[in-house]
Design a protein around this ligand. Structure first.
Ligand code: BES
Ligand code: MN
Ligand code: ZN
Length: 486
């Protein structure tokens, strides 16, 4: 999608589709001598957030359609504005128009500025306009005709609107990239595919991509990573993307992603129902790659390093058995009591590896535990950290972007639930609090830097009729990094 800003009076502009509030729409209709038609069309319209109405105007009118956004005149809450934007975005999708003019300036949002309104609106559009039809042959229904969104701005806010549109474009590119990676089936998206896709990012300014193969990881002592990867015929990879947009000496923010391209559970095999969804077990990896792509596209003045632990968790004659003990890169030994708790195994070695970057902060992102879905469902990602500043920054970024997280406890009490009779630590906790004990496991490998963990098992992808990767938490992380770069 291309965005451009447009200034001038709404009643003077021409467009195939004007997206605006009821009062504004009425004025535009009157100006084009369509008052009667307009009044008839809105007879039953409820002017409330979430409602929209399409009013086609006569062919010779400079505005071909009015897309009326309900509840968009006057002051609204952030929550309501999101509802308005989502409804409009959904309504715009099926239109057979090449471009549309986004003009929701009449809605002022409590405690939010123009930059937020435009960012939020364009994010809603990006979300609604996404599609993934790569593997469908034949008729995939009416394709997307919309090529361009014009964003209405008054002269005073023009620069801000321009910046918001530019960053929204970068964010959308990163989000779509993440969602595409997530939606690819595991017979396409294996660790090597993730590496190939990551390598393409080196076309961007100030981006460098490298990787570690299994031989190198074995030399480095990554026994936990290898314990997962060794069962698969497809070799694992550690993928490293560095973006140096900040000052040379500035400590980087490091993003670590769980990249299990398929999680069968290994020898602790998963049941068949919905096992296909375990192709999404690399959504952590996809989203940290999407984030660094968005940051690089936006040319944010910040240093970011993304490290992806990519492997396939398969049962085979070479697979790890429950009870096996391995040595991690940190030197700690792990008793693998359940081979389906593999995410923490690939992540712990990645978390040790990133110490070398002397990070300002490390945030890992993982579809780590089914228990996270039990706790929070799909609306919030679970946030785990002992660092209150980092928690505050990430929670704020989540609230701002609407890609929300909710903080979970990481008290020392829970560490008691990780006891092994035979090694330093087991890879699963005693019953209960499964998401927290998983985070506790990771915490044992993160002593050297400020660290937070996002469990996106519920938020990272959807099941059911709308099955697919959501791209979350790219929105949260992008906002966090915009803030960190200011
Ligand atoms: N990838 C899964 C977690 C998951 C399940 C994410 C469903 C999204 C939807 C993870 O590797 C896993 O299998 N976790 C186990 C941990 C258990 C064995 C301690 C789980 O949640 O059951
Ligand atoms: Mn698993
Ligand atoms: Zn998994």
């Amino acid at each position: 999608m291309r965005y451009q800003t447009k200034t001038g009076s709404l009643t003077e502009l021409s467009t195939p589709c004007l997206i605006t509030s009821l009062d504004q729409a009425r004025k535009v209709a009157a100006k084009h001598r369509q008052k009667a038609l307009f009044d008839a069309a809105i007879t039953d319209f409820q002017d409330k957030p979430g409602k929209t109405l399409l009013v086609p105007l006569p062919k010779d009118a400079p505005v071909k359609r009015l897309l009326v956004a309900g509840g968009a005149d006057g002051e609204v809450t952030a929550e309501d504005f999101r509802k308005i934007a989502a409804a409009v975005a959904k309504a715009v999708r099926p239109l057979n128009a090449q471009s549309a003019l986004w003009a929701l300036g009449a809605a002022r949002v409590t405690d939010r500025d123009v930059y937020w309104r435009i960012s939020t609106g364009l994010a809603a559009l990006a979300n609604a306009l996404y599609e993934f039809n790569e593997h469908k042959t034949g008729d995939t229904g009416p394709g997307l005709t919309l090529k361009r969104i014009q964003v209405h701005a008054d002269a005073r806010s023009r620069a801000t609107v321009q910046r918001a549109a530019r960053e929204a474009t970068a964010l959308q590119t990163g989000l779509d990239f993440a969602r595409n990676l997530g939606n690819q089936p595991a017979n396409v998206c294996n660790p090597n595919y993730l590496l190939k896709e990551a390598r393409k990012l080196s076309r961007l300014d100030k981006v460098k991509v490298s990787s570690l193969d299994e031989k190198r990881m074995t030399e480095l002592g990554m026994g936990a990573f290898m314990a997962v990867s060794q069962g698969s015929d497809t070799p694992g990879r550690m993928i490293i993307v560095e973006y140096k947009g900040g000052k040379a000496g500035d400590a980087p923010v490091v993003l670590v992603g769980k990249g299990i391209t398929f999680d069968t559970g290994g020898i602790s095999l998963k049941p068949a129902a919905a096992m296909d969804e375990m192709k999404f077990d690399m959504c952590g990896a996809a989203t940290v790659l999407g984030t660094i792509r968005a940051v690089a596209e936006a040319k944010l003045p910040v240093n970011v390093i993304t490290v992806v632990a990519a492997a396939e968790n398969m049962p085979s004659g070479r697979a790890t058995r429950p009870g096996d003990i391995v040595r991690t890169m940190s030197g700690k030994t792990v008793e693998i009591l359940n081979t389906d708790a593999e995410g923490r195994l690939v992540l712990c070695d990645a978390l040790t590896y990133v110490e070398r970057y002397k990070p300002k902060a490390v945030v890992d992102v993982a579809t780590l535990t089914g228990a996270m879905i039990v706790a929070l469902g799909s609306y919030a990602s679970g946030l785990f950290t002992k660092d209150d500043d980092l928690a505050g920054a990430l929670l704020d970024a989540g609230d701002w972007s609407g890609d929300r997280a909710w903080r979970m406890p990481l008290w020392d009490d829970y560490q008691e639930m990780l006891k092994s009779n035979f090694a330093d630590i087991p890879n699963i906790g005693s019953p209960g609090a499964g998401s927290i004990t998983a985070a506790c496991f990771l915490s044992r490998f993160t002593g050297k830097y400020a660290w937070a963990h996002l469990d996106i098992a519920g938020s990272g992808f959807q099941g059911g009729a709308a099955k697919g990767a959501t791209g979350r938490p790219v929105g949260l992380l992008f906002r966090y990094l915009v803030q960190a770069s200011e």
